[in-house]
Design a protein around this ligand. Structure first.
Ligand SMILES: Nc1nc2c(ncn2[C@@H]2O[C@H](COP(=O)(O)OP(=O)(O)OP(=O)(O)O)[C@@H](O)[C@H]2O)c(=O)[nH]1
Ligand SMILES: [Mg+2]
Length: 597
């Protein structure tokens, strides 16, 4: 039974005094209002402190996916375009990317020269190997062959320098991985001329440039072409197989491409100190640039040569789709005054070894005040064993699946289709109990390359058995009016580099991931179907999405939303928009999790 008003001492104490005059009441109410204001302020302060406390716990984000899926490219954009805080750290690093870009360019050229050499030898065995007594004038400068070579001797001072060194063992492996066998066809034989022989001679110094740059940059500079790991995701059972499995590299936050670049910087510093004493050895980067700049015209000639293009096309070799392709930019890059651009850095290819950690404190936007820890991992099969140790307490994973690779094999295991590998890896991530409450964000990446590939007539059903009878043709894309609209939307969005979020609803519904800029449909456009290639791409992307979504739904220990984005990560502007949306969503989840704790 409750107490009466008269009996409750608190109520009695708070009640206005009896016989209160209007002036006394005004004064009392003013005091009470002021007390309430102060109390509200204290409440707000406490709320802010609680929020800040939640934010103080770092947001942990992992980038996962197979090798060459675009993890490091995504991280570069996150750092360079989103996280202004570490601009300075980044700008220090960006200069070092120059040598990576030069290596990428030189490698493009040497890959072509290797094929050219073999084709010429096959076409006319008498002309090769190249005679050392050739009188061809080489490019004006070259770099020392190795750190042990005498700084005073000119690398081009003897005739033997005109001999083409055989491809390095790694180059040979690279060849077998990236270049198919000569295609038997009824086409007339290719007509190689003296010009091709001269080009091979004049570009021969680039082999040494490549070898030197690879030596300086270390293991990250070379791709991995074999592995003793057969499993897509050796982190599945950490207690057994993965912990015992031989690891490619140890886990170390300073390992990998940062280390590779630092090695290069250190070499540069040492070279600078030496030159202060003897002035015999010029700065490595300048020397590399001198050689490459001396080869500029020849690089252009070989890349624009009709016979060379025909040769590559007959072998179905698409150097332009390979990671770190810079031949179309050779005119701009092969100059002594080459100025590196942001775009070059995003497109540069350097393999990640081990795990790279980035710690960033946001100064602006939704995450202002919160610390983010981002981990970029090596994606080759033998690197995956170390991933598991980073799964604990992770807020979100951005999983990159390169969809253009549906007809390619893993470089490190030529028996495995790259798309199938992504499916297996995604399945392992989805089913991992430690990640049961982690937000998974899927990037179906390399949509630009997928579009280009489909326009050239590639067929997915020929390459991906798990795709069954689904067909990547226009009829499939137009199977229902509802889907037509969706395909049109997605196809258009795809062309704009926009993104979609699909909920785990039974019906297929796509909605734009806010905030989206530019608008979903460009001004003046309608929902009229885009060209057939757009339909094909959209159809395939939907099938890819559906497959990934089914895996998530089937194997997740706890049901969770399916977040998917269609990306061409090298399109920096739209990727920055996507990352903004992802950041907001991850932060929201992070704060919600903190509330539950
Ligand atoms: N055309 C195109 N190229 C891309 C895209 N995403 C990444 N790349 C390029 O693909 C290459 C490989 O990307 P990386 O970011 O190095 O791949 P990674 O996943 O970090 O690979 P690992 O470090 O070996 O695990 C780079 O040259 C990128 O510039 C894309 O959407 N389109
Ligand atoms: Mg990487």
């Amino acid at each position: 039974m409750g107490r009466s008003f008269e009996e409750d001492p608190l109520t009695a104490a708070l009640a206005p005094p009896p016989n209160e005059t209007p002036a006394e009441r005004d004064a009392r109410e003013r005091i009470e209002a002021e007390a309430k204001r102060i109390s509200d302020e204290i409440d707000a302060l406490l709320r802010r402190e609680r929020e800040a406390e939640k934010k103080r716990k770092p947001v942990k984000l992992l980038l996962l996916g197979q090798s060459e899926s675009g993890k490091t490219a995504t991280l570069k954009i996150a750092v360079d375009f989103q996280l202004l805080y570490c601009k300075r750290q980044w700008s220090e690093e960006r200069a070092s990317w120059k040598c990576v870009i030069l290596l990428n360019l030189v490698r493009n050229v040497n890959d072509i020269l290797d094929i050219l050499g073999r084709e010429m030898a096959a076409a006319n065995p008498d002309t090769l190997p190249v005679a050392s007594s050739s009188k061809i004038t080489p490019p004006a400068t070259a770099i020392p062959t190795s750190t042990s070579s005498s700084p005073t001797s000119s690398p081009l001072s003897s005739d033997s320098e005109f001999e083409e060194p055989p491809p390095s063992p790694n180059a040979a492996r690279r060849q077998s991985a990236t270049v198919g066998p000569p295609v038997q066809s009824n086409a007339p034989p290719l007509k190689f001329k003296d010009k091709h022989r001269l080009l091979r001679l004049r570009l021969a110094p680039l082999r040494r440039v490549q070898a030197d740059l690879e030596t300086r940059l270390g293991a990250a500079a070379t791709e991995l072409y074999t592995t003793n790991t057969n499993s897509a995701a050796p982190f599945d059972s950490p207690g057994s197989s993965s912990s015992k499995r031989e690891k490619e590299f140890s886990v170390h936050s300073t390992n990998g491409w940062k280390t590779a670049l630092e090695r290069f910087r250190a070499a540069r510093r040492r070279s600078g100190e030496d030159s202060g004493v003897l002035r015999k050895v010029r700065d490595m980067e300048e020397e590399v640039l001198d050689v490459i700049a001396g080869c500029r015209e020849d690089i252009r000639s070989v890349w624009e040569d009709r016979v060379v293009r025909e040769m590559l096309s007959r072998r179905k070799t698409r150097i332009e789709d390979s990671a770190g392709f810079f031949l179309n930019d050779a005119d701009r890059i092969a100059r002594t005054d080459y100025q590196i651009t942001d775009d070059d850095i995003i497109r540069a290819r350097l393999r990640t070894l081990g795990v790279q950690e980035y710690r960033v404190t946001f100064e602006h936007g939704h995450s202002a005040g919160s610390e983010w820890r981002m981990y970029d991992v090596g994606g080759t099969r033998s690197s995956r064993a170390v991933w598991y140790s980073y799964f604990d307490d992770v807020d979100a994973i951005i999983f990159l699946a390169p969809v253009s690779c549906f007809d390619e094999k893993l470089a490190e295991d030529r028996r495995v289709n790259r798309l199938e590998d992504s499916y297996m890896l995604w399945k392992s991530v989805c089913s991992c109990k430690l990640l049961a409450r982690t937000q998974l964000v899927l990037f179906l990446n390399k949509c630009d390359l997928l579009q280009a590939k489909l326009m050239r007539g590639a067929k997915i059903r020929d390459s991906v058995p798990s795709f069954g009878d689904r067909r990547n043709d226009v009829a499939t894309a137009t199977r229902s009016p509802e889907n037509s609209l969706l395909f049109a939307l997605e196809s258009t969005a795809d062309q704009l580099g926009l993104c979609f979020q699909l909920a785990l609803a039974p019906t297929r519904r796509a909605r734009p991931f806010a905030p989206i800029q530019p608008p979903l449909l460009p001004e003046g456009s309608s929902l009229a179907p885009p060209p057939a290639s757009g339909f094909i791409t959209a159809s395939l992307l939907l099938d890819f999405q559906q497959h990934f979504k089914e895996i998530l739904r089937t194997y997740s220990p706890v049901q969770r939303p399916f977040y998917v984005h269609l990306t061409s990560v090298i399109d920096t502007k739209s990727t920055a928009v996507t990352l903004g949306a992802v950041e907001e969503s991850i932060l929201r989840d992070h704060l919600r999790r903190a509330d539950l704790m």
